[in-house]
Design a binder for this molecule. Structure first.
Ligand code: ADP
Ligand code: MG
Length: 706
């Protein structure tokens, strides 16, 4: 061994490990050093305070603990290899056969035959009686030194063959900690958190925390130790994220929106037909703070469906215009872009602000004047889809980009927009998919987050019910009543890429069935689906929007953004196939006018647990954040917002969902520290700097998250 045992010592040199076991450790569990082993934490604990009697043991999955002696050890040759049999007698004289199929030689050598020992394992049915296969065997001394909470570690089959099953690992960890303590004393591992931080939350030092987690005296000690380790993981992650964001915004200039001028003021005073909600005003103030000082804004605006994000976008765009800049608002779909254009033009009225539309379906001849106007600066506000990303689209002075319904836009697209201006345009990303706050803080560590947490006044809660196909006639009757009252209705079908063919057929079948139950001339039905030409889709949307048709049958193309206040009923077919956030988005299409609105979730009678939970949640609440939490719980954060690719959530100890309060706490502390000491230069922060740099080095992709 080149130097005394420490956390960096390769695991191979730990007593009893050697090269072969070290290789298995590395390949199966990613454990290479003694430090890695120390951070391989137990995933649960077994209560070993109680002993069972053989007589009372029933076969089953529950582990039992027995005290007694082993004898009559016998190796039985089999076709391949051999098995080991033995007999166990407990203190009351009751007997239980034991058997091993793996690691027979090793077990045979190590069994404490004839001596009092403790067994731990499951009892199975065996040839009309019972036995116990592969029990864990502890000498009395080992059992006594074993704490009440016995740690259980993940292992692998190969490691198990080397005697490194959960118990083997526990022993190795114990040996390691003892060895280190003998060499270095109570602080046997280098501390990684400054005492200032430990004191803040009354946390134990690293050595104590690791002892408490690996060999807990009781569950309180275990919790405290684990708390400290989780906190540390979150703290370094947040320090890294916040520092990354600070550096970016410091370095980057953005257009300074110093003036609030004619466009903004006239629009605000003369054109807005309603009072802004408190939340809208607050968000505008936040944006104004961001943009007035010549620093670059990178802000995420979260607001539930219908909370009035578009108005915030438009006001921000007018702020840009007042400061000699152009603004671009990007929508995820053609229909939504067109709707934005129409509503902007209507709202702006005769104000001297030129708004144009650029989407894939704008014809070349119509494009030319728009492109020229953009290059000259005559077009103030461009509304568009991905088409605005094309190299041909050149701005005179682009100062702001608003990205609506962010989940369809990736980081790469954001980057392409940057290249369209001399200084990077301010970015406002708007999303109606509420991301739980804790998660967005971690995933979008680089974005500031604003939240519109208030709906415009007068919105009535949407009544949501779940109906099965057997109740369809009743639903049709209800639809007829609503139409008689002058309301309009959406009927939405799922469209999943993998089953697109079948889904399309369902949609068309449904449409036909509806036309039978709602025949012309009394009823008129629109249909919109992905196989229609954009102009046909638009014409149909238009017919529905202006009230010509009463029912709109569609796939999820209407999911995002369309605004038809007279529509009061949303029927969602095969609702069990939609995700929660999609259901919530769809429901948000109704309830925009003065009338009581309804959402009817149609499904089969038979539902899986998760589907049932989704539909129940929808019927119970309309709070987008609550729904997002349930969604997260059901699906896990894995794929949310492309987090998988970004690798941000590579947590080892803490759990983003369960430990979110802790995450927030760590975030606040990270912010406070960096505000006062941005580069962690103070001597008392030296440990923090070391930890952050280590993390940064381990995540080279970090710089790509912008
Ligand atoms: P979303 O946040 O889903 O994009 P929109 O911006 O489309 O919501 O707004 C939904 C509807 O609410 C629109 O018809 C809009 O004109 C209206 N609206 C927005 N702000 C207010 C307000 N402060 N008071 C009343 N109605 C509002
Ligand atoms: Mg919107």
């Amino acid at each position: 061994m080149p130097e005394p045992l420490n956390a960096n010592t390769p695991i191979e040199f730990l007593k009893g490990i050697g090269p072969k076991r070290a290789e298995a450790f590395a390949e199966d569990l990613g454990i290479r050093t003694c430090g890695d082993l120390l951070f391989h934490l137990p995933f649960r604990y077994e209560d070993r305070t109680r002993f069972h009697r053989v007589a009372e043991c029933v076969p089953g999955p529950v582990q039992v603990q027995l005290r007694g002696t082993i004898h009559k050890v016998n190796e039985v040759k089999q076709k391949r290899g051999s098995r080991l049999e033995a007999e166990f007698t407990d203190e009351h004289g009751d007997k239980l056969p034991l058997v091993w199929f793996k690691g027979v030689q090793w077990v045979a050598r190590n069994l404490p035959v004839g001596k009092p020992c403790v067994l731990w394992g499951r009892v199975s049915d065996y040839k009309g009686g019972r036995n116990m296969a592969h029990p864990e065997v502890l000498s009395m001394a080992e059992a006594r030194s074993d704490s009440a909470l016995h740690p259980v570690y993940s292992s692998s089959e190969r490691l198990g063959r080397f005697g490194l099953n959960s118990t083997g690992i526990a022993k190795a960890v114990q040996r390691l900690i003892e060895g280190l303590r003998k060499l270095h004393g109570a602080g046997w591992i280098e501390e990684t958190l400054p005492s200032e931080i430990l004191a803040m939350r009354g946390m134990p030092g690293l050595a104590t925390a690791l002892e408490q987690v690996h060999q807990p005296a009781d569950s309180n000690a275990e919790r405290l130790g684990r708390f400290r380790l989780k906190f540390e993981e979150f703290l370094f992650l947040q320090l890294l994220l916040v520092q990354h964001r600070n550096r970016q915004t410091q370095d980057l200039p953005g257009a300074a929106f110093i003036n609030v001028g004619a466009a903004f003021n006239r629009f605000y005073k003369e054109r807005i037909p309603f009072e802004l909600t408190g939340a809208q005003k607050r968000v505008i103030r936040e944006i104004r703070e961001d943009t007035r000082n010549g620093r670059h804004m990178n802000r995420l605006l979260q607001g539930d469906v219908g909370s009035g994000k578009t108005m915030v976008a438009l006001l921000t765009a007018l702020l840009a215009v007042d400061n000699g800049c152009q603004a671009c608002i990007m929508a995820p779909t053609e229909i939504l872009a067109q709707q934005h254009l129409a509503s902007f033009r209507e709202m702006l009225g005769d104000l001297p602000v030129r708004v144009e539309l650029l989407t894939g379906s704008v014809k070349t001849a119509d494009r030319r004047p728009i492109l020229e106007g953009l290059a000259e600066g005559a077009v103030h506000l461009l509304v568009g889809t991905h088409a605005v990303l094309e190299p041909k689209v050149v701005f005179h002075n682009l100062g702001l980009v608003v990205i609506d319904e962010q989940h369809r836009f990736g980081v790469a697209q954001r980057a392409r927009l940057w290249n369209k201006a001399k200084v990077p345009p301010h970015i406002l990303v708007m999303t109606a998919t509420p991301i739980p706050r804790t998660l967005s803080m971690t995933v979008y560590g680089d974005l500031d987050v604003s939240v519109i947490d208030e709906l415009p006044p007068g919105r009535k809660p949407i009544r949501t019910v779940h109906r099965t196909d057997a109740q369809r006639l009743g639903v049709f009757g209800f639809m007829r009543e609503q139409i008689a009252e002058g309301r309009q209705i959406y009927v939405v079908y799922p469209l999943i890429e993998e089953s697109a063919q079948l889904d399309h057929k369902d949609l068309m079948d449904g449409y036909e069935s509806l036309t039978r139950h709602f025949p012309p001339p009394e009823f008129r039905i629109s249909i919109v689906h992905g196989r229609m030409k954009p102009e046909d889709k638009d014409a149909e949307m238009q017919r529905f929007a202006n009230g010509t048709t009463q029912i709109m049958v569609a796939t999820t193309v209407i999911e995002v953004g369309v605004n038809v206040p007279n529509a009061s009923v949303m029927v969602i077919e095969s609702a069990q196939r939609f995700g929660l956030s999609q259901l919530h988005q769809l429901r948000g299409r109704v309830g925009r006018g003065a009338n009581q609105s309804f959402c009817i979730l149609m499904s089969d009678k038979e539902l899986g647990n998760e589907a049932r939970r989704r539909l129940e949640t929808m019927c119970r609440t309309q709070d987008g954040f609550e729904i997002a939490e349930v969604d997260l719980e059901l699906r896990g954060p894995g794929d949310l917002m492309g987090t998988k690719q970004s690798g941000v959530l590579d947590l080892k100890i803490a759990d983003l969902i369960k430990d979110r309060a802790l995450l927030e706490d760590a975030r606040d502390i990270a912010r406070r520290i960096l505000k006062e000491d941005p580069e962690l230069n103070k001597p008392a922060r030296a440990l923090l700097r070391v930890g952050v740099e280590r993390l940064r080095a381990s995540r080279p992709y970090w710089s790509r998250i912008s």
